[in-house]
Design a protein around this ligand. Structure first.
Ligand SMILES: NC(=O)c1ccc[n+]([C@@H]2O[C@H](COP(=O)([O-])OP(=O)(O)OC[C@H]3O[C@@H](n4cnc5c(N)ncnc54)[C@H](OP(=O)(O)O)[C@@H]3O)[C@@H](O)[C@H]2O)c1
Length: 244
C-alpha cells in the first residue's frame, strides 16, 4: 500500500490509535496532519514520528471555530484531502443512573457534534475518490454496563457514517467505520489491570488490541486495495463481537 504524496488528516492524532495511524501512514509516504487539544502532546508526537511529512494543529473538535480554522488551513494549503480519519474521542464510564448532564454533554460534544461538524466542514476539501474513516467502538453494537452514554455516541457515529457513505458516493468518496475493541492506549491507562485481564479473557483471541492493529485496519480501508468497500463497519476486536 503506497500513500506517497497523499494528504491525510487524522483528528486526535497525538496519542493512541490516531498516533499509531499517523506513524503507519508516514512510513507509507503520506503527508499527514494530526490534531489534538494539547500542544505539548502534539509536540511529543511530532518528536516521536520525526518526519518532515508530519504537521500538527492544536484544535479542539468540540469547538466550531477550531474546526473552521482547520478547514481554512486545508483551503490555504491548496491541497485536497485524500484520507480523513475522524478519530478524536473520549470515553467515560458511568451507569445510566449515575451519568450527569455534564458527562453526557462532554461525550456528545466531542464524539458526535465535533465529529459531525468536522466532517461537514471538510467535505468541500475532500478529493474525488477520497476515503473517510470514522472511529466507532464495539460498544456501539453491544450492551456493556457503565458505557451507556459513550455507546450512544458511537451508535451515532455509525449512523453518520452510513449517511455520509450514501451522500458522498457520487464523488467516488468511500466512507467506512472501524470499531475497535478494548485497545492498549492512553485512554485505558487508568483502567485497573484486573479489569483489563477480565476483558481480555472474554475475547476469543484472549488479549486486548494494540493501537498498531487498529491503525493497520484504518490504513487498509484508506487504500486502493479497499476500492469497493464503502459503508462497512469493520470490527477490529479479536472476535469479541462475534454473534453466535
Ligand atoms: N482505546 C480503546 O480501547 C478504544 C476502543 C474503541 C474505540 N476507541 C475509539 O478510538 C478513538 C481513539 O481512542 P484512543 O484509545 O486512541 O484514545 P486516546 O489514547 O485517549 O487518544 C485520543 C486522542 O484524541 C484527542 N482528542 C480528545 N479529545 C479531543 C478533542 N476534543 N479535540 C481534538 N482532539 C481530541 C487526544 O488529544 P488531546 O487530549 O490532547 O485533545 C488524543 O490525541 C476514540 O474515538 C475512541 O472512542 C478506543
Amino acid at each position: 500500500m503506497d500513500f506517497k504524496n497523499k494528504n491525510i488528516i487524522i483528528t486526535g492524532g497525538s496519542a493512541g490509535i490516531g498516533l499509531a495511524t499517523a506513524q503507519t501512514f508516514i512510513t507509507k509516504g503520506a503527508n499527514v496532519l494530526i490534531t489534538g487539544r494539547n500542544s505539548d502532546s502534539l509536540n511529543a508526537a511530532s518528536l516521536k514520528i520525526n518526519s518532515q511529512n508530519l504537521k500538527t494543529l492544536a484544535s479542539d473538535i468540540s469547538k466550531i471555530p477550531d474546526i473552521e480554522t482547520l478547514a481554512k488551513e486545508v483551503a490555504e494549503s491548496g491541497n485536497k484531502i485524500d484520507v480523513l480519519v475522524l478519530n478524536a474521542g473520549i470515553a467515560k464510564q458511568h451507569s445510566i443512573e449515575e451519568t450527569t448532564e455534564e458527562v453526557f454533554d462532554d461525550l456528545f460534544n466531542i464524539n458526535v457534534k465535533g465529529l459531525f461538524f468536522t466532517l461537514q466542514k471538510l467535505i468541500p476539501h475532500l478529493a474525488e475518490g477520497a476515503s473517510v474513516i470514522l472511529i466507532s467502538s464495539g460498544v456501539s453494537v453491544s450492551g456493556y454496563a457503565q458505557m451507556g452514554a459513550y455507546a450512544a455516541t458511537k451508535s451515532a457515529v455509525d449512523a453518520i457514517a452510513r449517511t455520509a457513505a450514501t451522500e458522498l458516493a457520487d464523488r467516488k468518496i468511500r466512507v467506512n467505520t472501524v470499531a475497535p475493541g478494548l485497545t492498549d492506549t492512553p485512554m485505558n491507562h487508568q483502567t485497573p489491570e484486573d479489569i483489563k485481564n477480565a476483558i481480555a479473557a472474554a475475547v476469543p483471541l484472549k488479549r486486548i488490541g494494540e493501537a498498531e492493529e487498529i491503525a493497520n485496519a484504518i490504513v487498509f480501508l484508506a487504500s486502493k486495495e479497499a476500492s469497493y468497500i464503502s459503508g462497512s463497519y469493520l470490527s477490529v476486536d479479536g472476535g469479541v463481537t462475534i454473534r453466535r
